[in-house]
Design a protein around this ligand. Structure first.
Ligand SMILES: C[S@@+](CC[C@H](N)C(=O)[O-])C[C@H]1O[C@@H](n2cnc3c(N)ncnc32)[C@H](O)[C@@H]1O
Length: 464
C-alpha cells in the first residue's frame, strides 16, 4: 500500500493527536493537516494490517466549517495546528476526544462529559515561549527552487521532527506583551553585528536560545542562552536588550556549552532587575524563577484550579494530598479550605518554590516533599502523616505509575480529583482505579486553543 494514492477520500472525523481519519475499503486512514468534511487525495506513508497513514497530495473540496488560518507560519510551524477549524468546533472535538478515550480505554461507567470549558483568549494566551537561534533557517520550496542565496540565520521554532531546522518567526500569536518585538529586534541586532547564531549540528555559535516569560501582573522575564563564553559580545547583547526594553523586569543569561538546551543544572546570571517574576491569583502571589514550572496559560490555569476546587468540595477540616504538585500551586490554592495539604513532587527545586510560595502567602498548613512518587508514597509515609480525605493528582502526560495507582487503591481516600493533560493515559489509569472508585464528574478544560491538546478533571468517589 505504501506510496499508493487513494483518491476522493472523505475525511470523516478527528482522531487522536490532532490527526483526522477517513475510511478506505473498510480500513481507517489517518491524515494530518485536514478537517472533517474535506475531500482529498492521500499518498499512503504507512500501511499496517489494521490502519494506514497518509499525507494529502490534493484537495478536491474543503469542509464548509473551515476558516482561514490567521498566522502566516501556519502549516510549517508546529504550533497552533487547528487554526483552520473554528473555535466552536475545536471545543467540540476536544470534548469528543475525552469521550472517545474514556469509552475506548477506561471501560468504566461514566457520567455525561461536561461541555469543554473554553478559553476566553484564543490567541496570545501563553506566558512562556522558547525560541531557538540557528544558522540553518528552514527554506521554503520556492526559496530552494529559486537557487538564490538567502539569509540563513534564524530565530524561531523547531520544524516538527527536524531537530536542526528552525522556522524564522515574524509574528507569533501565542504570546502578548513585548514578545514579538523583543525576538525580532534581537535577531536584527545580532544579524547587523555579525554575531554567530547557533549551529545545532556542530554545536558552535554564540546565540543559542531566547526564553520570554510574562505574567498577568505585567512583569517580564527574558533569558538569553549563549553557546559560548564571549564576555564582550554577551555584554553588548545584554546591554542592547536592557536599553531597548526597559519593561523587562528580570533580565538573565546563562552560558550553556553542553550538548542539550536544558539549563536546570547551570547557574543563571541576573543581568538586571530581579531574578524572578511573580504571578498573582485570588490575591495569592506565586514566585517564578527561571527554572520554575508554571502553567503556561495563566488565565486558564485559574479556571482549571477553580474546577479542581469545585470538584474537591472541601469543608475546611480535610487532609489533602496534592500529588505531582510542581511548584505547589494547587496545594497553595486550596490550602485555605483544608486542614492540611501535603504536596509531593519529583523536582527538588520545584519543592523549594512550593515552600517559598506558602511562606510568601503566609500559608502555614502545607508540607512539601521531593522524590519519585512511587518511592515517597508508601505505607510508612501514610502512617507518619494523617491519612488523606482527598487526593488531588496531576501527573505528567505519561499518567501515573502502576505502583502509585496500587497505593492509591490501598489508601482508599474517600475522594480523588484527577487532573490530566492526556485523556488516554488518564482513561488507562481510571480502568485500574475503577476497582474501588466510581467516576462522578468529568470536566474538560481548554488550556491550549488552536491545538488538539485538552486538559481533563475527573472527580472519583470511593464505592460503598
Ligand atoms: C502536570 S505537572 C503538575 C503541575 C502542577 N500540578 C501545577 O498545576 O502547576 C506534573 C508534575 O509531575 C512531576 N513528576 C513527573 N514524574 C514524577 C514522579 N515520578 N514523581 C513525582 N513527580 C513527578 C513533574 O516534575 C511535574 O512537576
Amino acid at each position: 500500500m505504501k506510496h499508493k494514492v487513494i483518491t476522493n477520500l472523505l475525511i470523516e472525523r478527528i482522531a487522536t493527536e490532532g490527526k483526522c481519519l477517513g475510511y478506505h475499503e473498510g480500513k481507517v486512514v489517518f491524515v494530518s493537516k485536514v478537517a472533517p468534511g474535506d475531500v482529498v487525495d492521500v499518498r499512503i506513508t504507512k500501511g499496517k494490517s489494521s490502519f494506514m497513514e497518509g499525507e494529502v497530495v490534493h484537495f478536491h473540496s474543503y469542509a464548509k466549517e473551515r476558516v482561514e488560518p490567521f498566522c502566516a507560519h501556519f502549516g510549517t510551524c508546529g504550533g497552533c495546528k487547528w487554526q483552520h477549524i473554528t473555535y466552536e468546533l475545536q471545543k467540540d472535538y476536544k470534548r469528543q476526544q475525552v469521550v472517545d478515550q474514556f469509552e475506548r480505554i477506561a471501560k468504566v461507567p461514566i457520567p455525561k462529559v461536561a461541555p469543554l470549558l473554553g478559553s476566553a483568549k484564543t490567541q496570545y494566551y501563553r506566558n512562556k515561549l522558547d525560541f531557538t537561534f540557528s544558522n540553518s533557517r528552514w527554506l521554503t520550496r520556492e526559496e530552494i527552487d529559486s537557487e538564490q542565496a538567502f539569509e540563513r540565520n534564524a530565530l524561531g521554532f523547531h520544524i516538527p521532527k527536524m531537530f536542526d531546522k528552525i522556522i524564522d518567526i515574524e509574528h507569533c500569536y501565542l504570546q502578548d506583551g513585548l514578545s514579538n518585538a523583543c525576538r525580532n529586534s534581537l535577531r536584527t541586532f545580532a544579524r547587523e553585528k555579525g554575531i554567530s547564531f547557533y549551529d545545532i549540528r556542530n554545536q558552535v555559535g554564540l546565540l543559542r536560545n531566547l526564553i520570554i516569560r510574562t505574567t498577568s501582573t505585567d512583569q517580564t522575564m527574558v533569558i538569553v542562552q549563549f553557546g559560548e563564553n564571549d564576555p564582550e559580545s554577551i555584554l553588548m547583547i545584554m546591554d542592547f536588550l536592557k536599553a531597548t526594553f526597559p519593561e523587562i523586569t528580570s533580565l538573565l543569561y546563562v552560558i550553556n556549552t553542553k550538548g542539550n538546551e536544558t539549563f536546570h543544572d547551570l547557574d543563571l546570571i541576573t543581568f538586571s532587575g530581579l531574578p524572578y517574576i511573580e504571578e498573582e491569583m485570588e490575591g495569592l502571589r506565586f514566585r517564578i524563577g527561571p527554572k520554575s514550572f508554571y502553567q503556561t496559560n495563566s488565565d486558564q490555569a485559574y479556571e482549571l484550579y477553580k474546577v479542581v476546587r469545585d470538584q474537591a468540595q472541601l469543608k475546611g477540616d480535610e487532609v489533602v494530598y496534592d500529588l505531582y504538585t510542581g511548584t505547589g500551586t494547587i496545594a497553595n490554592f486550596v490550602a485555605k479550605q483544608a486542614k492540611q495539604v501535603i504536596g509531593v513532587e519529583y523536582v527538588p527545586a520545584a519543592i523549594e518554590d512550593a515552600k517559598l510560595n506558602s511562606q510568601l502567602n503566609g500559608i502555614e498548613n502545607t508540607l512539601f516533599y521531593a522524590g519519585d512518587m512511587k518511592d515517597i508514597l508508601t505505607e510508612e509515609f501514610i502512617a507518619s502523616h494523617a491519612r488523606p480525605d482527598l487526593i488531588i493528582t496531576d501527573p505528567p502526560r505519561a499518567g501515573m505509575d502502576e505502583k502509585v495507582i496500587q497505593m492509591l487503591l490501598r489508601i482508599a481516600a474517600p475522594t480523588i480529583v484527577y487532573v490530566s493533560c492526556n485523556p488516554a493515559t488518564q482513561a488507562r489509569d481510571l480502568a485500574l482505579l475503577g476497582e474501588r472508585y466510581a467516576v462522578e464528574q468529568i470536566q474538560p478544560v481548554d488550556m491550549f486553543p488552536q491545538t488538539y491538546h485538552v486538559e481533563n478533571v475527573v472527580r472519583l468517589t470511593i464505592k460503598p
